[in-house]
Write a protein that binds this ligand. Structure first.
Ligand code: KG4
Ligand code: ZN
Length: 331
């Protein structure tokens, strides 16, 4: 089975063709929202509209879409207008090529793509850390998730992106912070560890984000060394809260497999620190390769293939669901 995946939930226009566990081709166009300091929804929608035909044409240069057996498209959560662009094109292709189409939950796609690159069976503990989400859940099956906790306010990616912006870095800022932190000193700047004394599954990052932005605002001039130490300290604090939550979840669920997913999971420092926690519990930590952590068409194609293998019926009668939760059942 060859699956086509279309992802347009935020600022990446990404399409991919997969054949079982092989990526035949993936093309991603990363939009540039630097001028706005964050994703501007109207621009995002227009960019998808402009780039979808271009990336499709590039994909078709090598492989005819007639060879596709199934189409998968993100239908939520995400920005309404952006989702609609992908859905419109996917439905058009499904009708024109007479192929079945599966609406894919973006968060489930983040959770599932690890099964394409690693051997892992259900159930597993899932920590999903991205620009839009931050949650802990038990993945019981392809379409069955039990949320243990989630952020009470901002996601970890939002915190990284806004702090990077305050430091004069690019958008998105996670990789910038990671690169700056590489030669910085850990925990030199004292920053608050979110919910440090409240054990449980919830996260919170708005307080940390505000503390960082205020620290930056208080310092008119920040030397290169200070910036690096600051980024290293921020990463250290974030790792503390993520590790504390993972430790708690592994202890209480007693699961021996865990997965970290989402764009922030491409961060090497977080991967290493969370790996130590999993080790301490005798649990296996599996993380998709960095390029499959950030939004991509492959994970959508893979999720569609998983839905198909599970026997979930294809259906062209669906709309964008901007606020869809990971634990929503398939239809
Ligand atoms: O999963 P994703 O591509 O989009 C959403 O579904 O939200 O995640 C994007 C987030 C952004 O906040 C970005 O700054 C962050 O992932 N990110 C990183 C790294 N690469 C991307 N955060 C930390 N370290 C990285 N290397
Ligand atoms: Zn995502």
């Amino acid at each position: 089975m060859i699956f086509l995946g279309i992802e347009t939930s935020c600022d990446e226009t990404s399409i991919a063709l997969i054949h079982h566990k092989n990526i035949l081709k993936q093309i991603t166009y990363m939009q540039d929202h630097n001028a706005y300091g964050g994703v501007m929804p109207q621009v995002c929608m227009r960019e998808h509209l402009h780039h979808l035909p271009i990336v499709l044409k590039k994909l078709e240069a090598d492989i005819s879409l007639q060879n596709v057996d199934g189409i998968a498209v993100t239908f939520g959560p995400g920005l309404a207008g952006a989702l609609l662009m992908g859905i419109m094109v996917a439905k058009g292709l499904a009708l024109g090529l007479n192929k079945p189409i599966w609406p894919v939950n973006h968060l489930q796609a983040h959770a599932l793509v690890v099964r394409m690159t690693h051997d892992i069976t259900f159930p597993y503990l899932l920590m999903l850390i991205s620009g839009g989400h931050c949650l802990l859940a038990i993945a019981n099956d392809v379409d069955n998730y039990q949320i243990l906790g989630q952020t009470r306010d901002d996601s970890v990616g939002e915190c990284l992106d806004k702090v990077a912006r305050a430091l004069g870095g690019p958008y998105p800022g996670g990789r910038y912070i990671e690169n700056q932190a590489k030669s910085g000193t850990l925990n030199k700047m004292l920053l608050p560890i979110p919910l440090q004394h409240i054990f449980g599954y919830d996260f919170s990052f708005s307080g940390l984000k505000t503390a960082c932005i205020q620290w930056i605002a208080r310092h008119n001039v920040i030397s290169e060394g200070q910036r690096k130490d600051f980024c290293a300290s921020l990463q250290w604090v974030i790792a503390q809260t993520l590790c504390q939550r993972l430790d708690y979840a592994l202890r209480h669920t007693k699961l021996k497999q865990c997965v970290i997913a989402g764009g922030v999971a491409s961060n090497d420092y977080f991967r290493e620190q969370l790996g130590k926690v999993a080790n301490a519990h005798g649990a296996q930590l599996k993380i998709p390769p960095a390029e499959l952590c950030t939004d991509n068409g492959t994970m959508i194609a893979w999720a569609g293939y998983e839905y198909y293998r599970k026997g979930l019926p294809w259906d062209i009668d669906f709309c964008a669901q901007p606020r869809r939760s990971i634990d929503a059942s398939y239809r």
